[in-house]
Structures are given as structure tokens and as C-alpha cells.
Design a protein around this ligand. Structure first.
Ligand code: FAD
Ligand code: SF4
Length: 409
């Protein structure tokens, strides 16, 4: 794996804030992947430190999985220059430990989950900076979030909006950015927005209409644009035989994820556009099966195994299917803002977890753990009800009597 950044894991590390995804969890997952024999070469940019051409010569097959890490730009007056940042660029700087100075008033443009990650991270940065300088005042940082959509239309998850409201992020709906306002020194002083009359047309297509006569100004020291991400495929030369259209999207065979160059495949956000990590994992597996087929000619089939385990005297609680989902307990706002990395979700306690598990519909579709096919994914460790399984590096067991024969077996 060739990776530009100094740490692997892509957007999970450089996008998803640490208050939602602890870094030690990511490190443990990466360690497992490395333990399977994957070599990860960090701080290596394909197209600069190593050319795509060299990769095609040195490797039998290539999977392009570069994600969508460029913040989408907005063309408007005043947007170029200091004080206007891209959403994922800002999150990356925070993850790298070098957050930019934001000032006290931040306006985030966007209404999705990434906009919330940006808004909540900037709130933590400003609050933490102030906390360090001893003035622990609630209203030190003003973070505003402005989006085209109404509350009902906005794509952000309810939990993000709810927790953002709790933390004091001011929402402004049905407003679209028109121009960035700067003073004579070029410093950002605000953003002018136009009222939105319509976001989607009757067919549900994105088709915003603005009221030119209804404008609002939000004062700001920094404006952060979180209006989407795009892939950067400039490292793929035209002569590589990988067809890329004028919108920067590769032509792919949907069933194999092969590009127009038979030894080059694609996976993740760059293949299907920004989605969830589970989609990226699924497409990574799909591309891996295609690479296996390309290299060996053999097909990896997915098979379903049937196994029935009768449990004597097993009864469900009455009305278990009518119980509503319980919200995951969250830290108080004060606890959250004490440290920018403080985890927001606290997880269920034992009783709540049992109660939630008791809502299971028993569809019967379960993973069957077969040690003979182990790929070290750690799934069995996660679900073992008696916590008797642990995955450890083989060399940490070397001193145990009989280990050598066991390893041999
Ligand atoms: C702010 C944010 C929050 C998110 N939150 C969630 C969430 O809560 N839950 C969820 O399921 N999903 C979330 N997602 C989506 C999820 O992170 C992505 O879908 C997933 O990470 C995509 O995986 P990927 O491997 O395709 O790309 P990425 O994770 O983007 O990884 C691509 C990697 O390629 C590297 N790279 C790029 N170009 C080059 C090059 N030329 N040479 C070498 N390396 C290169 C990049 O540095 C990066 O590490 C979030 C995304 C963002 C941006
Ligand atoms: S036994 Fe199965 S679930 Fe457990 S680590 Fe191996 S592959 Fe994963």
C-alpha cells in the first residue's frame, strides 16, 4: 500500500474526528492488516515519490483506492485567499496536530455529516484554545453552519444535528453563499448569503433557486467550505490506458471494478463516490476478488453455509419487538469540550446493551466462525460472549512451551 500521509487509514484518520473514532482503535485495525503480511509505505505519494508507470511495471496488478480527499471548491467573489478553508483540508490539519488559527467566529458552509464534523471540530479547537488560556467561557467561540436545505431536507444525521445544537452550533437554513467579504487588508470579515427558494425540483433533482433580493450577512473570521469532496487522479498519466472522463471519473466495469487497463482496478470512494466506510470495505473486497481472478484465472465464489444450533428452552421476552431503540448515552457538553478528542458516545452499559440485544429479530443470518479459514479479521474476538479469544502477534508467544510445534502445525 502506497500512502501519501505519514499515518495509514485514510479518511478514518484524517477525516473522522477523534471525538467520534478513537485513534487507538484505528491503530489496532492497521496492526491486524499488517500482521496479515501487508506492507504499508507511508509518506509516499504516487505521482511524485513513485510514478504510476513504475507501479504498472513493478506490480502484477494495481488497485486505485485514493478516496475523495479534495474539498470541493465554490466559485464566488473573495473565495481565494487566507481565511477560507476546505472542510477536509481543515480536518486533516487538525488530525496532523497543526490546526489553523480560526479566530472567534467561524462559518461552515454545508449541511451534511462532513459539515458537522468540521463545525464541531472547529468549536472544539476554538474552545480548547480559549480553555488553555484560562477563560472557560461558553460563548467564546461562535460557530455557525449555513446550508441550502431546510432542517427536514438537510442530509446530516439527526444525531449530528442534535449534538451540534447541544454544543451551541447555530444553524442557518435555506441560505446559499454568494460572496466572501474581506476588509481593506484582505482579511475575511464575513460571508454574504442569498435566501434559497427551492433546493430540489419536482423530480427531486438538485436544482437550487435563489432570491437575489434577499441577502443575509454572517460575520466571520474564517469560512470553511464543506460542500463535498472529489477525487484527485492527476497521478494517472493519459498513456496508462485508464479512461477518465472530463469530470475526473474512471470508467469501470461495475461487476469487477476493472478499469479500461486490464491490470488496474479501483475501489472505495474513488470508485463509487463518497459514501460510508463499509461501502469502501465492500468494494475493496470486490476489487480483491477481481485481482485474484485476474492473476490466477480462478474465481472466488461466495458460499453460504447452513448450520442450525437448537437451544433448549429458548424463549423471547414478551413484546420484545415493540421496544424502541435506545439512544446511545453521550458525554455532557462540558465533558465533550474539555478536550477536543474526548469521546462523545459513551456506549451502552451492561443492562442497556442486553436490552438492546434483546430487540434482535433473530433473522438467523450469522457469521459462522471457521478457524480453518482464519484471515485474522478479529470478528470472533469482538463477539465471543465469554471473552476467551485474543489476537496477539505470534512472536509474543515464542517463549511458550510447545509453541514451535503449534506454529508448525
Ligand atoms: C469528514 C468525514 C467523516 C466521515 N465519517 C464517516 C463515518 O462516520 N462513518 C462512515 O462509515 N464513513 C464516514 N466517512 C466516509 C469514509 O471515511 C470513507 O467512505 C472511506 O474512508 C473511504 O475509503 P477509501 O479507502 O475509498 O478512501 P480514503 O479513506 O480517503 O483513503 C484514500 C487514501 O489514499 C491516499 N492517497 C490519495 N492519493 C494518493 C496518492 N497519489 N498516492 C498515495 N496515496 C494517496 C489518501 O491519503 C488516503 O489515505 C467520512 C468521510 C469524511 C470525509
Ligand atoms: S477465526 Fe474468523 S472471525 Fe476469528 S479472526 Fe479468524 S477469520 Fe476472523
Amino acid at each position: 500500500v502506497f500512502e501519501i500521509e505519514p499515518t495509514p487509514a485514510g479518511m478514518l484518520y484524517y477525516g473522522v474526528p477523534a471525538y467520534r473514532l478513537p485513534r487507538d482503535l484505528i491503530a489496532a485495525e492497521v496492526k491486524l492488516i499488517e500482521a496479515m503480511g501487508v506492507e504499508i509505505r507511508c509518506s509516499t505519494e504516487v505521482g511524485k515519490d513513485i510514478s504510476f508507470d513504475t507501479l504498472t511495471k513493478d506490480f502484477a496488478a494495481i488497485v486505485i483506492a485514493v478516496g475523495a480527499k479534495r474539498s470541493r471548491e465554490l466559485k464566488m467573489e473573495g473565495v481565494l485567499g487566507p481565511g477560507v478553508l476546505g472542510g477536509v483540508d481543515f480536518l486533516r490539519d487538525v488530525a496532523l496536530g497543526s490546526p489553523p488559527a480560526l479566530g472567534k467566529r467561524v462559518v461552515v458552509i454545508g449541511g451534511g455529516n462532513v459539515a458537522y464534523d468540521v463545525a464541531r471540530t472547529s468549536l472544539r479547537q476554538s474552545y480548547f484554545d480559549t480553555a488553555r488560556s484560562a477563560a472557560r467561557l461558553r460563548d467564546v467561540a461562535q460557530v455557525h453552519l449555513a446550508c441550502l436545505e431546510s432542517r427536514e431536507e438537510m442530509p446530516a444525521d439527526d444525531v449530528e444535528v442534535h449534538e451540534g445544537d447541544e454544543e451551541g452550533i447555530a444553524r442557518h437554513h435555506r441560505l446559499g453563499p454568494n460572496r466572501i467579504l474581506r476588509n481593506d487588508d484582505g482579511k475575511v470579515i464575513g460571508v454574504e448569503l442569498k435566501r434559497v427558494l427551492q433546493v430540489f425540483d419536482e423530480a427531486g433533482r438538485f436544482s437550487p433557486i435563489f432570491d437575489d433580493d434577499d441577502r443575509v450577512v454572517l460575520e466571520a473570521d474564517t469560512v470553511i467550505l464543506a460542500v463535498g469532496q472529489t477525487a484527485d487522479l492527476r497521478f494517472v498519466p493519459a498513456e496508462a490506458g485508464v479512461e477518465i472522463n472530463e469530470r475526473g471519473i474512471m470508467r469501470l466495469d461495475a461487476s469487477t471494478l476493472a478499469t479500461t487497463n486490464p491490470k488496474v482496478f479501483a475501489a472505495g470512494d474513488v470508485a463509487h463516490g463518497p459514501r460510508l466506510m463499509i461501502d469502501a470495505i465492500a468494494s475493496g473486497k470486490k476489487a480483491a476478488r477481481s485481482v485474484f481472478h485476474f492473476l490466477t484465472g480462478a474465481q472466488l465464489e461466495i458460499t453460504a453455509t447452513q448450520m442450525h444450533v437448537p437451544i433448549e428452552g429458548y424463549l423471547r421476552e414478551k413484546d420484545y419487538e415493540k421496544r424502541p431503540r435506545a439512544a446511545i448515552p453521550a458525554a455532557s457538553v462540558e465533558e465533550r469540550l474539555k478536550d477536543p478528542d474526548a469521546l462523545v458516545e459513551k456506549g451502552y452499559g451492561a443492562t442497556e446493551a442486553q436490552c438492546e440485544a434483546g430487540r434482535c429479530f433473530d433473522c438467523g443470518v450469522n457469521t459462522i466462525f471457521d478457524g480453518a479459514k482464519c484471515v485474522l479479521c478479529g470478528g470472533c474476538v469482538d463477539v465471543c460472549p465469554t471473552l476467551c479469544l485474543k489476537l496477539v502477534p505470534a512472536d509474543s508467544l515464542a517463549s511458550f512451551e510447545g509453541f514451535a510445534e503449534l506454529a508448525e502445525a
